[in-house]
Design a protein around this ligand. Sequence first.
Ligand code: COS
Length: 380
Amino acid sequence: MDFKLSEEQLLIKEAARDFAKNELLPGVIERDEKQEFPKEQVKKMAELGFLGMMTSPEYGGSGMDTISYVMVMEEISKIDASCSVIVSVNNSLVCWGLENYGTEEQKKKYLTRLASGEIIGAFCLSEPEAGSDATSQKTTAIEKDGHYIINGTKNWITNGGTADVYLVIAQTHPEKKHKGINAFILEKGMPGFEIGPKEQKLGIRGSDTHSLIFNDVKVPKENRIGEDGFGFKFAMKTLAGGRIGIAAQALGIASGAYELAKEYSKVRKSFGTEICNHQAIAFKLADMHTQIEAARHLVIKAAWDKDNGHDYDLSGAMAKLYASQVAMDTAIEAVQIHGGNGYVKEYHVERLMRDAKITQIYEGTSEIQKIVISRGLLAE
Ligand code: COS
């Protein structure tokens, strides 16, 4: 068993850490306050190759492994989880899905531009009445004269307003239930494709979340991903990898909050000494660090499973379930250690606490992860 990172993995981790400190930290509070999309920062992440990290260089990506990807996700999330969710969706859901299941034409036309970060993508599964219950898709895609006609609404779509390419899951044969679902590539600007208002969110406020409305959107047949009826499997396979990215995001939020709390406890004084000298605080730091290390091992194990061709449905779900709980718990404790200052924006931990919550909800709630884990265990 080797816990050592390779030279390349260490270098990329360091590059991400420097980038987050120098380019994301300035302005992160203002972007959160104004719900401002990090347009310039996304451009820089594209230049660093962070938007198509695992995509092959043949299609404009960086050709790195999943371990490098989770390192980058952790470092970015320590500072700005609004930026890391953009990285996660583009990498895990959009680029990975297209590279693994798209046709050569689809890869040439879309993946190359997505992986290089020239454009960004969105993954559209959730609906007003189909979040956790993903098989109950109400959006329809009816085949007609060599095209599909798409009608329906998608909800809570990350990159909803800023993406150029959208992977949309829709029902083609309702009588076949999940076996009748398909996935399609849609482009912004297709007639009948409308972007709904931006959601006003508790956390990850810099990320751009919208509902999408499709009114008779005509999509060429060659934009369907995979065989007829492959859409639900496509969504499940893609989300399984996405959960590793979100687990890494949660890990980053937890580490960011912990590091801030530790530093603060070394300078803030009470009862004549730095507060880290009180066991009440020191023990909190001990718990936080131990839990973060445990989460890190789960995240890296899931990434390693993916890189080594092992099944990662379970390890990814366990990593997300645990890391998102650790993110929430650690961020709450970090606010507590900061006392009154923890409740104030300039100390950053209140934002991390708000950002942490979504990691227990998106790409499968914690309850869904428990379904995936328990079903997997019982099927063994
Ligand atoms: N990989 C491949 N196929 C998978 C899969 C996976 N990880 N998970 C499920 N499937 C397949 C099943 O094998 C089954 O196909 P077959 O009938 O051909 O065997 C099909 O998908 C339906 O699966 P299942 O019967 O388990 O469906 P359920 O409705 O009971 O539940 C869950 C499936 C709950 C796991 C699924 O709906 C889910 O993940 N929901 C959460 C969705 C989500 O993450 N939403 C957030 C949106 S993205 S922000």
